[in-house]
Write a protein that binds this ligand. Sequence first.
Ligand code: BES
Ligand code: MN
Ligand code: ZN
Length: 488
Amino acid sequence: MRITVTTGDPLTTATELLVLALWEEEPLASPLTDLIEPGDWSGKAKQTLLIYPRGALPARRALLIGLGKRSSPDLDQVREVAALATQRARELKVERFAFALPVVPDQTPETVAAAIAEGSLLGGYRFLEYKSDLKPEDRREVDELTLVAPVDAAEEAARGVARGGAVARGVNLARDLANLPPNDLTPARLAERARELAAAFDLPITVLGPAEMREQGFGGILAVGQGSVNEPRFIAIDYGVQYAGAPTICLVGKGMTFDSGGISIKPAENMDAMKMDMSGAAAVLGALHAIAEMQLPLHVVALIGAAENMPGGSAYRPGDILKTLSGKTIEVLNTDAEGRIVLADALAYAQRYNPSAIIDLATLTGAIGVALGPHAIGLFANDDALAQRLLRAGEAAGERAWQLPLWQPYREMVKSEIADVRNTAGRQGGAITAAAFLNAFVGDYPWVHLDIAGTAWTDAKPKAYQPKGATGVGVRLLLQALRDWTQG
Ligand code: BES
Ligand code: MN
Ligand code: ZN
C-alpha cells in the first residue's frame, strides 16, 4: 500500500472511503450531525461507524473511528485506529481511501502521521506465502492511503509518512523472516536474504560458512550447528561506513532457524514455535532495512550468528567444552541453551569494530516470558546510560522494555569449575543468568541485551496492528533509539 499526503478539508474530499478518527470529546461537524443518530456515536476507543452520506459529502462512504479520550492521548491508539481503518478498507474492497490527519495533544503532525503510516502498514500485514487456496480477490491489497492534512502541516506529515513507512517496512520484513518455516529458512537461506538486503542498499556484507568459521575459531556457532545438515553461517553487514566520526553501533541477532533443543531435546508440544528462534536476527535485518531507507547518519553493523540446533549423530553434547572466538571456554551442560553460545562468538566479533555500543536481540530464554509475560522485553546492561537510552526509546516507540539486574552474584552462577563459563545455571533466575553468561563475552564495551523470547510471537492478536504470528518486536525500539542517537 502506497501512502501519500494531500492538503485540504477532509469533508470536501472526494473518495471511495473517508476515514475520520475522532475523540470522545469532539463534537461532530455539521454535515455529519444530520447523518448520524446521536446515540449511535460516542468516540470511544476503537468504536467504528460506517455511514453512506449519499451526496451529503463528496465521499461515497465515511468511516468514523473512535480515538478515545483526548484527555489521555496515546500514539498507540492512533496506530490501532489506522490499522482498523486499513483492514476495513480491505474488507470493503476499495482501491484507495482518504484518512483525515487528526490533531493529537502533545504530538506534532509528523509523529501523528508516522503513527498512522506505521499502524496502517503493520495492520495490513498478512503472511500468505504458503496459502495456495486463496482466490485472487482474497489476496488483494488496498492500493493507496491518502492522508488529508491542513496546508501548514503537510510538509511535516510527509516527513512522518516517510519515516513511519520505513519503520513499518522494517517490522514487516522481520515478521516475514520469522514467520517463514524452518525448512525454507535455513541458515544459508537467511544469509541469502541478508545478501539481498545488502545488495538493495549497496552495503558491504561478509558471510562466513563452516570452513571459514573453523579457520577463524568460531567454536560456539560451529558446535551448535554441527548436528544439522543445514550448515551454520555468520553474517556481518556494514551500514554507514562513510559517516566518519559517527558512533559505531553493533546490532547482534540470535539466528537460530530452528531450535529442537539438540541432544537435550525439547518436548514435542509447541516445538514448531521454535521456527521463530531467529527473531533477533530478523529484528536486526528489519532495523537495518529501515536505517538504510532513512539514511541515518550512523555507522551500524549488523552481526548474525545463524545455525540450526538439531540432535544429529554429529551433534554437540552435554559435557562438551567449547573454545569460542574470544578464546574463552564454555562447558556445555544443556544443548538447549544454545543461543548464548552462538551469541558468545558474535559478541566477541563485535569488539573488532571498537563500537560505542553493542545491542543484542535474542529469543534467549523461556524464563523471560515467565517473568514479564508478553508485554515487555527483558533488558540487561553493563552500562546505565545505554540502558536508559533504550528504555526511553522503547517507551516512545510503543515497545516497552524492563530492566533486570546483572549483579555479581548472578555472574558467579555461570562460572564453571573446569571451563571459564557453563551454559546453564539451572532454572532459577534463568533469564538473568543467561544475560550474565553473555556479559562474559562483551569485554568492557557498553552493551545491552534484549531478551525477546516472550514478545517475538503472539497467538492472540493483542493489537489491531499486530496480527497473529511473528511480531517483529525490537525493530521499532531500535529505530527510535538510533534516531535519538543521531540527535545526540
Ligand atoms: N529458544 C529458546 C528460548 C525460548 C523459549 C524462545 C520459548 C521462545 C520461546 C532457548 O534456546 C532455550 O531453549 N532456552 C532454554 C534454556 C535452558 C535450557 C537453560 C529455556 O529457556 O528453557
Ligand atoms: Mn534452546
Ligand atoms: Zn533457542
